[in-house]
Design a protein around this ligand. Structure first.
Ligand SMILES: NC(=O)C1=CN([C@@H]2O[C@H](COP(=O)(O)OP(=O)(O)OC[C@H]3O[C@@H](n4cnc5c(N)ncnc54)[C@H](O)[C@@H]3O)[C@@H](O)[C@H]2O)C=CC1
Ligand SMILES: O=C(O)C1=N[C@H](C(=O)O)C[C@H](O)C1
Length: 264
């Protein structure tokens, strides 16, 4: 029996790719494509909106559905609303949306005590592998004699609404944990003084249609390491979200990440 999938934010850049790829997947049946009450795509066929063939599923607002699992690529407030919906209907949920406030993250963590949730700022296998490499690099370089300056540079399309990216923040958490660093510095301007060894620097570049690129720089005196991962389209994220949804069905309540999904 195929897994019945609902996609939240289905007419967005990511939602459309999830619809397009999930509709080609024999293990998945799309049963709901959800959008905001103000979307002019409501009532339109989700397959056609995604640029493919007619699917027979119209874009609708959140309501009762036969879904076994939900994938969310939307905006933070809508993400919280779908968490609440999944809590009430006891449905597993993959949250790919970024930019949540701290209190919203607490709400998600509390929800994960009752339903299974995968919550990850990047669904890409390559990005999650580079997170693992970053952890290794951080641990190995922690006590490097000259000291190590870690800077995280991310580049995304001009339409992105949050900065730095959720993925950049996650890279920063990994570095902080691995190296015992405490200060998160976002951009620099003016007479900032010398860089301190406790800093992790973040730089958010917004240009054109870049689907996402992250570079983690480990700068020593005498040598430099750069770990870079760049998407050339959005399918790495959509495929990862579909993989996470399949993995999540039947799991106990809990908060999972792509680390668990990918066995990293
Ligand atoms: N975890 C990951 O791998 C990735 C995460 N993202 C994140 O996913 C989110 C969406 O990204 P994009 O698709 O590029 O944005 P987008 O703006 O193209 O799509 C968001 C969609 O959510 C819809 N939406 C807004 N309010 C809604 C509501 N109340 N109910 C249902 N739908 C609602 C919008 O109408 C829109 O269609 C962003 O937070 C982005 O950072 C993006 C790519 C990869
Ligand atoms: O908005 C995007 O496009 C992306 N957002 C995610 C993030 O904020 O980390 C993941 C990916 O980099 C694309």
């Amino acid at each position: 029996m195929p897994i019945k999938l609902a996609i939240h934010g289905a007419a967005g850049r990511m939602g459309r790719r999830v619809v397009a790829l999930a509709s080609q997947d024999k293990q998945i049946q799309i049963v709901a494509a959800l959008e905001s009450a103000g979307s002019h795509f409501l009532g339109h066929d989700a397959g056609l909106v995604a640029g493919g063939e007619k699917l027979g599923v119209s874009l609708s607002v959140v309501g009762e559905s036969a879904a076994d699992v939900v994938i969310d690529f939307s905006v933070p407030d809508a993400g919280i609303a779908i968490v609440d919906h999944c809590l009430q209907s006891k449905k597993p949920l993959v949250i790919a949306t970024t930019g949540f406030e701290p209190d919203q993250k607490e709400f998600i963590a509390a929800a994960a005590e009752q339903i299974p949730i995968v919550f990850a700022p990047s669904m890409s296998t390559a990005v999650n592998l580079v997170m693992k490499l970053t952890e290794i690099a951080g641990k190995v370089l922690k006590d490097y004699p000259s000291g190590v300056d870690v800077e995280i540079i991310e580049r995304h399309h001009r339409f992105k609404e949050d900065a730095p990216s959720g993925t950049a923040l996650k890279f920063g958490e990994i570095v902080a944990e691995a190296m015992g660093l405490t200060d998160h510095v976002h951009g620099r301007e003016g007479r900032t003084g010398k860089r301190t060894p406790q800093e992790i620097g973040y730089h958010a570049v917004r240009t054109g249609d870049n689907p996402g690129e992250h570079t983690i720089v480990f700068g020593m005196l005498g040598e430099t390491i750069e770990l870079r991962v760049a998407a050339s389209n959005r399918d790495c994220y959509a495929q990862g979200a579909i993989l996470a949804a399949k993995w999540l069905v039947g799991r106990p309540a809990g908060m999972y990440g792509m680390k668990e999904v990918l066995g990293l």
